[in-house]
Design a protein around this ligand. Structure first.
Ligand code: HEM
Length: 394
């Protein structure tokens, strides 16, 4: 096995190969079909569902934090870059704040916002949906839930762009640009938390964190920052991206959209199927602390950098039947879009709620929307997003 040097997967050969493709699934499918594991730029790329599942479950494998700090922040992001018992401790604190029951109370508020945004676009005869719908709906919802000022949305959007889609062609350039974006957020939260401590009774995640204790002690300021830094980009980018992918896909496949208009009870499985096919977060990093044996001769060495391609596992023909076909009645979707194992996404219940309500309102109010296919622009690096999504509403 080859030694690994640290590199940012955003500049890797495969990320660059699929960078602007409308259908990167074709590339991922061929990888998963033909190759079990390969080195690209020193990182071991895994493409198959069973291997990635085994890695995610393995007690000797660390998550993203195994490679040291990332996303332009020196501290370890909580819980993404923490492992072992400490990771369990943080998830025990955070899981209830994003549980199905906790997010369900947002349903009416999300629906009202979705209706307003759709009706504004309808009145205008259409809109660029990434900026007019897919961004404001989840981002305003998320800021309200965590208790960050909605009027500062543009600041937070600039921050998440800076750490998820940083400019730069090399790992060094990317890290320098992320550090600038991250530094601004640290300054912001330094000031913001001082003020927020005067409003501990607020009904939001930040106030709850400020009231919480871990191991009998209130949270230290740096732990709070390490949580909020992650939440602000994990919560702001991913649902926007997923929504843009779903609306574009259904716009390009009107016969499938009509199935959902005629059979609304298929919407929930259809969202799961489209999350599988579109895989908005294409990959994650993993780091074995000992040699691990995945069977049939595949041994991954201690300290190697693994790029686990959720997007390839989701179209892996050795696991999924006919994976390139989108089938809203697929008997077993079993996708890895939210990863798996201990680092499984904290925000999946919120994401699913937002996607369901958004799509219910889109299908009910503008069921025959058209997308300008020639003008669609995709960015598949780090988080797959339709960055230009012109929608025409007749
Ligand atoms: C459809 C939308 C979303 C997708 C596709 C998604 C995907 C993922 C994936 C693949 C991971 C695993 C990362 C890794 O281990 O490398 C993850 C983790 C995480 N996600 Fe999400 N996510 C979404 C929405 C959200 C939202 C709305 C939040 C806000 C609370 C969130 C918060 C997190 C956090 C905190 C983690 C780290 C969990 C841990 O390490 O224990 N995500 N997400």
């Amino acid at each position: 096995m080859q030694p690994t040097t640290r590199f940012d997967p955003r500049v890797s050969g495969l990320s660059q190969q699929v960078k602007t493709l409308a259908s990167p699934q074709e590339v991922y499918f061929e990888k998963a079909r033909d190759i079990r594991a390969e080195y690209i730029d020193g990182a071991l790329h895994l493409y198959r569902h069973e291997d990635i599942l085994a890695v995610n479950k393995h007690p000797d494998v660390l998550g993203n934090g195994g490679g040291g700090g990332s996303f332009g922040h020196d501290g370890k992001l909580i819980p993404l870059e923490i492992d072992g018992p400490d990771h369990k401790k943080w998830r025990r604190l955070l899981d209830p704040m994003f549980s199905p029951k906790r997010v369900q109370v947002l349903e009416d508020q999300i629906r009202r916002l979705a209706v307003d945004l759709i009706e504004n676009s309808r009145a205008a005869g259409g809109a660029e949906f990434n900026s007019e719908f897919c961004t404001p709906l989840p981002c305003q919802t998320f800021l309200g839930l965590v208790g960050a000022p909605i009027e500062d949305l543009d600041f937070f959007l600039e921050f998440k762009e800076g750490v998820i889609h940083p400019k730069g062609d090399t790992t060094e350039e990317i890290e320098a640009n992320m550090a600038v974006a991250g530094g601004k957020l640290l300054d912001y939260f330094g000031r913001f938390l001082q003020d927020k401590r005067k409003h501990l009774d607020d009904d939001d995640v930040i106030a709850e964190l400020l009231r919480s204790e871990v191991g009998g002690e209130p949270l230290a300021e740096f732990d709070l920052i390490n949580i909020l830094f992650l939440l602000m980009f994990a919560g702001l980018d991913t649902v926007t991206a997923s929504l843009s992918c779903l609306i574009a896909w259904l716009g390009r496949n009107p016969e499938h959209r009509q199935i959902l208009v005629d059979t609304p009870e298929l919407l929930t499985p259809a969202i799961e199927e489209l999350l599988r096919y579109e895989s908005p977060v294409p990959l994650g990093m993993r780091y074995p602390v000992r040699d691990i044996d995945l069977g049939d001769g595949l041994v991954i060495g201690q300290g190697e950098q693994i790029s686990a391609f959720w997007a390839a596992a989701n179209v892996d023909p050795t696991y999924h039947e006919d994976p390139m076909r989108v089938d809203f009645r697929r008997p077993r979707v079993g996708h890895m879009t939210f990863a798996s194992g201990v680092h499984r996404c904290l925000g999946s219940h919120l994401a699913r709620l937002e996607l369901r309500i958004a799509m219910e309102e889109v299908l009910a109010r503008i069921p025959r929307y058209e997308v300008d296919v020639g003008a669609l622009a995709y960015d598949n690096v780090a988080v797959r997003t339709v960055t230009n999504l012109p929608v025409v509403i007749a």
